[in-house]
Write a protein that binds this ligand. Structure first.
Ligand code: SF4
Length: 376
């Protein structure tokens, strides 16, 4: 592959102050006008969020970008799988036709901004597991369901095998949809979202074996366990939400009588079951916003979001549900230096860090994403 020399190297940007970086980013913004959209995921650090045109969760951001008329370049301040989803949705066939074939380019300001959960399920591991499962079960009677927090290759796998993508807000509807087709579901990559959701559908833990891709055979399960299964969970988790513990819940309840525990469903079952309320990032934000002033909350989700909620809702008493720092370290890699560097390279003719999903993967991912829309 031919390497193009960039107009701007990254190193000098790292010694600029945030003020200087902001000025340079805003200058690119003026130059590109409505052609540029800067998207900021809720878990981003404040200085990035302040510069974002749109703020939201991964799916909402991609959709807003895809529906925006004049946009031709998206700087996605999130992680890799989110930029892939934005590329797939923004460049779906009907959108390309509307733009006479012109693509929207999606920039991920730091290519090292991955997701530890998405990385726990590689496509070859999923394909091997599917084949191995087929030695014991009829795979034609299993519907694969992938959480949107997964690589495009997994979404495409799901699309090809009659399955569906879900978000944390429609996981229940997606699993229900899957059970209308087959008697079993394979859910990846987040075991906690799969388990917490299925438990609310009267499926029991013994009907949810966990498939460990590193086990010697059958994902560490016996044939009988697989035959008894309703939902086969993948052994993956979010390194941020996995950190919340039942003892943190107990500590807050003891110290702050009347406090309500609000968690994301990526938290482990033992924490999830102790919570008063749970929901997606969007639901957590809404719950805090709509609560009567003076409500007390201990929130189990990413640190930057909880701190922002504290700041934006001084009328509520908000605590972070852990004595340790739980932040999304990979998302934190996106900083103003990388944003300014990637935007100036784009404007000055050497686009870099462009995320472009290959045509076949995009086609099948879109099939699975469109099914997700049907069951929202
Ligand atoms: S918070 Fe967890 S699931 Fe979300 S991007 Fe970070 S590591 Fe991935």
């Amino acid at each position: 592959m031919q390497t193009v020399e960039l107009v701007h190297e990254l190193k000098p940007y790292k010694s600029l102050s945030n003020e200087e970086l902001r000025t340079r980013i805003n200058a690119v913004r003026e130059d590109l006008d409505e052609r540029l959209l800067i998207l900021g995921h809720h878990y981003q650090q404040d200085e990035v969020i302040e510069l974002a045109d749109l703020r939201g969760d991964s799916y909402l951001l991609s959709q807003m970008a895809a529906d925006s008329e004049g946009c031709r370049v998206i700087a996605f301040c999130g992680v890799h799988f989110m930029a892939e989803t934005a590329d797939i949705l923004a460049n779906r066939p009907e959108k390309l036709t509307e733009r006479n074939g012109e693509r929207v380019q999606v920039i991920l300001p730091d290519m090292a901004a991955g997701c530890s959960m998405a990385d726990m399920a590689a496509i070859d591991q999923i394909e091997n597991a599917w084949d191995e499962m087929g030695e014991v079960l009829e795979t034609s009677d299993i519907t694969p369901v992938t959480y949107i927090n997964s690589a495009a290759s997994l979404k495409a796998f799901v699309g090809r095998h009659g399955g569906i993508v879900c978000t944390s807000s429609n996981a229940k509807a997606a699993i229900k949809w899957a059970f209308a087709k087959t008697s079993r579901v394979m859910f990846f990559p987040d075991q906690h979202l799969g388990r917490n959701t299925a438990l609310g559908m009267e499926i029991t833990n013994d009907q949810m074996p966990v498939w460990d891709p590193h086990a010697d055979e059958l994902g560490g399960n016996t044939e009988a366990e697989l035959e008894n299964s309703k939902v086969i969970l993948w052994k993956g988790h979010c390194s941020v939400h996995q950190m919340f513990r039942p003892e943190h819940v107990a500590m807050f309840r003891k110290k702050h009588p009347g406090i309500q525990i609000l968690v994301h469903p990526e938290c482990p079952q033992d924490v999830f079951e102790l919570a008063d309320e749970y929901g997606s990032t969007g639901k957590i934000i809404r719950t805090v916003k709509e609560a009567p002033p003076g409500s007390k909350w201990a929130i189990g989700t990413e640190l930057h979001l909880v701190n922002r909620l504290k700041h934006e809702h001084p009328e509520q008493e908000i605590h972070f549900l852990s004595p340790v720092v739980c932040m999304c370290a990979t998302m934190y890699r996106i900083d103003l230096a990388h944003l300014a560097w990637s935007l100036e390279n784009y404007r000055d003719g050497t686009p870099t860090n462009i995320i472009e999903v290959d045509e076949d993967t995009a086609k099948w991912s879109l099939v699975a994403l469109e099914r997700m829309l049907e069951v929202r």
